[in-house]
Structures are given as structure tokens and as C-alpha cells.
Design a protein around this ligand. Structure first.
Ligand code: GLC
Length: 407
């Protein structure tokens, strides 16, 4: 009897070993094409029998995802093996001890900005998933119809929007859509015109706030609402709202990230083939500045499959997958060379110019207290756009609050 039981256990163990499976769970942003990442993961599973990867998504904005991940990681929860992180987070996650390192990883093939963003105190703490920057999307068909060139300054944009919306006489057509909701994207909303005036916000960890430039930035955005170029409830508009409204043909100019372009070409879009992409306009006598974005793959320090998770991340961050995501999801490559890949350029011809924008885009302040910095900026932008605070008061409050954080 005993022997029989022992035999049965041995057989069961042997069967288990033959089907030994590593189950990995990866957290992805729901906004950044999980269904296309799934295809890349299917290929990985096919090449690595015994490994199964499940996707978990959550949060339609960067800070909602961060909230979720903060809860998981604070609880030292081991259920996530890999997590996609907004470029503003690797430094914070590494400082909290939430990421496992990629010891000895050579980062030289990546665009330098991304090699840098993922290296914290000399350690590689995450690997790039895709690059990103903010762009000005415009209705090429309408600009052509009115023989207007893509605006290089915000003043030109105002003129173009006024002419075209008047000419079209369509109450549904917004001149400009941008992010006014108190989300992470609104930090860039503030910084774009601020940077365009040649100013920096933080240098060497210290606040270098230029109040006049801040007032001008806030007043620029509020001015769009007051002039009727942006819609009245712009304070409720998040990134994907801008994307959806432009895609539905209701927006002439839109400030948005790179992921939007591929959506605009999709079957559900009313603007396929009618969209142009340009650098964001400049302030008077200013430079055309963009905000650097991008996402990274980190391995959770609490994962019980760290080696398998690292192997998976190496694959997801490889040139092959970068090319696959560029072609199939329109996500910008993290390798310089992939921008000139013929297959990529065929799928997304505008990537030829996008590389220079990514390379010159400016990073949001890097500080361990970034969450608080972000909160101050995005709530102020939102409050000014909602008409609750004037640009002058908003800039003054921002300065006081930022000074307390970045003392
Ligand atoms: C994009 C960017 C990311 C940014 C976010 C804000 O996803 O890639 O860096 O923080 O938008 O909404």
C-alpha cells in the first residue's frame, strides 16, 4: 500500500516536471496597445515552451497606473513579475527598492536619453519599452484646403484655427485639444510653453522657477479657452479624450503623444490619411520644445521568477520587438537604428522626423520627490483652465509649493 502511494507520488512528480511551467505576469498600460504586446508575447511563448505570460492591465492614465503599482509594491506583493513604467518612475522605483537590476547590461545601442533614464546610481534598473514625445497633430486636409502651413508658433496656430473653424462653420470642430485634466500629461502641458521661453524648472535638484514664464504658459492655455479655440471644459480633458475626439474628426489641432498616430490611421478612425504631425509650436521668440515621454520594463524585486522575468524583458526590449511594436502599434523605437528601418518607415513615414524630436525633447524634472512636483503642476494647470485661479495666482502658488518640496 505504502509502496503504491510512493509510486503514485513519484509518477505525479515526474509528470509535473515534464510540464513544468513558469507563469509570468506582466503589467501593461491599457492605453499602450496590450493586444499588440500580446502578439509579441505569443511569439515568446512559442520560442520558450514551458513559459506562460499573462497580461494584466489597469489605469488609463500614468498616475492611475502608478497608484495601483504603488499599492502592489508597497505590499511587497509577488504576483507581478514585470511592470511597464512611465519614464518618470524608474528613479523612484529603484530608490524604493522595487526593481531588480540588470547587472552588466550594455545600454549603448539604445537612444542615449533612454539609457540614461533607466540607469540609476550606476545600475540599470529597467529596460526601454518604447520612446515617446509630444507632437502637434493637425488635419492636413483642412490646412491644405485653406492653404495654411503647419504653424511654427502658437500665434500662427491661433490664426490658422480661427480661419479654418470660421470657414468650416462646424460647431463640432474644436480648434485645439490638449490635456487640461489634472493628470500627468498636464505637467507637460505647463512645461511646453515654459521651456519654449528658454527656461528650466529644476537645475541641480534646485528650483529655478521663472514666474513670468510660468504666468505666460498658464495664460497661453487659458487664452485658448477664452478665445473659443479650445472647448470650455478642457479642464476635464485627458490624453485619450484628445485622441478620441481628433480621431472622430472633431479637432483641427491636437497636442498628443506618439501612440495617437496609429489610432488615427485605424479602421475606426474618421481621419485616416488626413493627419499631419509636426513639432509643437513656439512662444514668441522662443524655441519649439517637446516633452520627453516613454515607457520602460522593470522586473519586480518581489518576483519569485526574477531570472525568467529578466529574460522576458530582454526580449521585449530587443530591436526585433521594438520594430514589431513600431510597425504594428506605431510606438516609437528606443533604438536609433530602428527609425530608418524600411519596414518601420513604410508603416509610419513620419518616424523619419520623429527621431530628432525625441532626441531633443526635454525630460521632466528628475527628483525623488517627483510625485509631489507633478501634483503641484497638474493641479495648478487644471485650476487655471477651470477658471478657479488666475494665471498670476496659479504661478505664485506653484512657486511657493514647489519651493517647499525642492528646498
Ligand atoms: C505618455 C508618455 C509618458 C507621460 C504620459 C502622460 O504616455 O509616454 O511619459 O507621462 O503620456 O500622460
Amino acid at each position: 500500500m505504502l509502496l503504491k502511494a510512493a509510486l503514485a507520488t513519484a509518477l505525479a512528480l515526474a509528470a509535473g516536471a515534464a510540464h513544468a511551467e513558469t507563469d509570468l505576469k506582466i503589467f501593461l498600460s491599457s492605453q499602450h496597445r496590450p493586444e499588440v504586446w500580446r502578439k509579441a508575447l505569443d511569439q515568446y511563448e512559442a520560442k520558450n515552451p514551458g513559459t506562460k505570460v499573462t497580461i494584466e492591465t489597469g489605469g488609463n492614465t500614468s498616475e492611475l497606473q502608478a497608484q495601483y503599482l504603488n499599492t502592489v509594491m508597497s505590499a511587497k506583493d509577488s504576483s507581478l513579475d514585470v511592470m511597464i513604467l512611465d519614464i518618470i518612475r524608474p528613479a523612484q522605483y529603484a530608490a524604493a527598492g522595487w526593481t531588480a537590476d540588470f547587472a552588466g547590461k550594455d545600454m549603448s545601442a539604445y537612444l542615449p536619453t533612454y539609457a540614461e533614464a533607466n540607469t540609476v546610481s550606476g545600475k540599470v534598473v529597467a529596460l526601454p519599452a518604447f520612446a515617446d514625445a509630444m507632437f502637434l497633430y493637425y488635419r492636413k486636409d483642412l490646412l491644405d484646403k485653406y492653404k495654411i502651413a503647419p504653424p511654427k508658433t502658437w500665434d500662427e496656430l491661433v490664426k490658422a484655427a480661427e480661419t479654418i473653424t470660421k470657414g468650416e462653420n462646424d460647431p463640432e470642430l474644436q480648434g485645439l485639444s490638449f490635456q487640461g485634466k489634472a493628470i500627468e500629461g498636464a505637467v507637460c502641458t505647463f512645461l511646453l510653453p515654459y521651456w519654449s521661453q528658454g527656461k528650466t524648472l529644476v537645475s541641480n535638484g534646485k528650483l529655478s522657477f521663472d514666474k513670468e514664464a510660468a504666468v505666460k504658459s498658464l495664460a497661453l492655455w487659458k487664452g485658448f479657452v477664452d478665445k473659443g479655440i479650445a472647448k470650455k471644459n478642457i479642464a476635464e480633458v485627458a490624453t485619450d479624450d484628445t485622441r478620441k475626439e481628433f480621431q472622430a474628426g472633431k479637432v483641427l489641432f491636437a497636442v498628443n503623444w506618439s501612440y495617437a498616430w496609429n489610432h488615427f490611421q485605424g479602421a475606426e478612425s474618421s481621419v485616416g490619411g488626413k493627419v499631419g504631425v509636426a513639432r509643437l509650436p513656439a512662444m514668441p521668440n522662443g524655441e519649439q520644445a517637446s516633452c520627453l515621454g516613454g515607457w520602460e520594463f522593470g522586473v519586480s524585486a518581489y518576483s519569485t521568477h526574477q531570472d525568467d522575468a529578466r529574460k522576458l524583458v530582454e526580449y521585449l526590449s530587443s530591436p526585433d520587438v521594438s520594430r514589431f511594436m513600431a510597425v504594428n502599434a506605431g510606438l516609437l523605437p528606443t533604438y536609433g537604428a530602428t527609425y530608418s528601418d524600411p519596414e518601420v518607415l513604410k508603416a509610419a513615414p513620419w518616424f523619419a522626423e520623429a527621431k530628432a524630436v525625441v532626441e531633443t525633447a526635454r525630460p521632466r524634472p528628475v527628483t525623488p520627490r517627483y510625485n509631489e512636483v507633478s501634483e503641484v503642476i497638474r493641479t495648478t494647470v487644471n485650476s487655471v483652465l477651470a477658471g478657479a485661479t488666475t494665471p498670476e495666482d496659479g504661478a505664485a502658488q506653484m512657486e511657493n509649493r514647489l519651493r517647499r518640496i525642492l528646498r
